[in-house]
Design a protein around this ligand. Sequence first.
Ligand code: SAH
Ligand code: SF4
Ligand code: F3S
Length: 439
Amino acid sequence: MSDPKKLFIKTYGCQMNVYDSERMAEALGGQGYVETQSPDDADMILLNTCHIREKAAEKVYSELGRFKGLKAEKPDLKIGVAGCVAQAEGEEIMRRQPMVDLVVGPQSYHRLPAMEEAVGKGEKALDTDFPLDDKFDTLKTRPKAKRGPTAFLTVQEGCDKFCAFCVVPYTRGAEVSRPAERIVREAQELVEAGVREITLLGQNVNAYHGHEGGLAGLIWALDKVDGLERIRFTTSHPNDMDDALIEAHGTCDKLMPYLHLPVQSGSDRILKAMNRKHTRDQYFRLIERIRDARPDLLLSGDFIVGFPGETEEDFEDTMDLIRTVHYGQAYSFKYSTRPGTPAAEKPQLPDDVMDDRLQRLQALLREQQKASQDAMVGKTVTVLFEKAGREQGQMIGKSEHLHAVFAEAPDVAVGDLRQVAVTQSAPNSLGGTLLASAG
Ligand code: SAH
Ligand code: SF4
Ligand code: F3S
């Protein structure tokens, strides 16, 4: 028997790409590939790319450049580009980097096996369709191999919101939801493979409509899966937070008290220009309702500074919104012009203005993140242990609020859920003492 072929996948961008990379590796597993951690011994290299900001997209070309030498040494090496840059640029990628053999978009990667075969015959393969056949129907059931205690599960794809700055509606296509029964089955398979926490993914996960009860209905269906202990979801849009989902945060024990709810800006003028379709007051009222349902909820957000036309006053409105809401975690970005989006037509702000605002915003967010983490000291948290720590006997896991937690835990195994008394707050993690097992 010949040795298995080796596949090296590098993933950029969001969690949905992480999930897609797993599924692409599984699909190519059927073609005799096993994954390798190094490009040097690979028979196929696949870059799963992100187009969200200019820097992310340009990285793909520099990365491809680095594989030129490898391809020259090993002409049979297959090089593929998948993900959102593949979708956005298609053939252009092969024009800029002729050594690329295969370009596949995020909605057509179930066709990878056939594409790989075509490349094996010396052809180039390109597929950036939004096919009618559902990729999830075509992909086989997931392998039963033992895996870690946490997993992502894509339940919804695409976006119909068309925020003025964003490429996602173009790279991922329209909003589509997977049927709830399929998701529950996939969750059961993941649990059989050792998973105890699932994060439901979607570009607009709370616009999920594959269950008559929406995302809350799906969460309650997953609540019944034995052995699944924790449910999370990301990313949500404020306008899709319905009553049932807010209520679930107060009543569903498996749903963790963490919510990523990006607002992007705190200025009504900018929110309007961004086409976010809600005001800052509506966002404040929504946050109040969610916190009424779940007072200890940790809020996370995304912010863009320097959107075209943003004045110092608009920026101050964003700072004020952050001070009012108080985030436990947040991601912030300098506005990046994306080809084909409505905002790209507008005059850009000078770079130094954006840099200055980003620094001020990030300083405030860091302060809040630290305060929210420090507030955990003295409390007891439940930790899902994920891996061994650097020191002997030490284990690392995540709390309900997604804080990384270290503890001396020599008898604890990966996948155990245990209570920890938090004793210290380090820059990006909490330290604590394991409490006696309550069984
Ligand atoms: N669907 C999600 C997020 C998609 S992209 C949502 O609606 O929240 C993740 C984040 O990238 C966005 O929330 C936004 O903050 C940021 N982003 C998107 N386009 C950007 C751009 N052109 N420039 C800078 N940041 C951007
Ligand atoms: Fe992009 Fe807006 Fe859709 Fe999020 S909701 S993916 S930011 S267009
Ligand atoms: Fe990037 Fe595409 Fe995700 S653009 S953020 S990989 S949806």
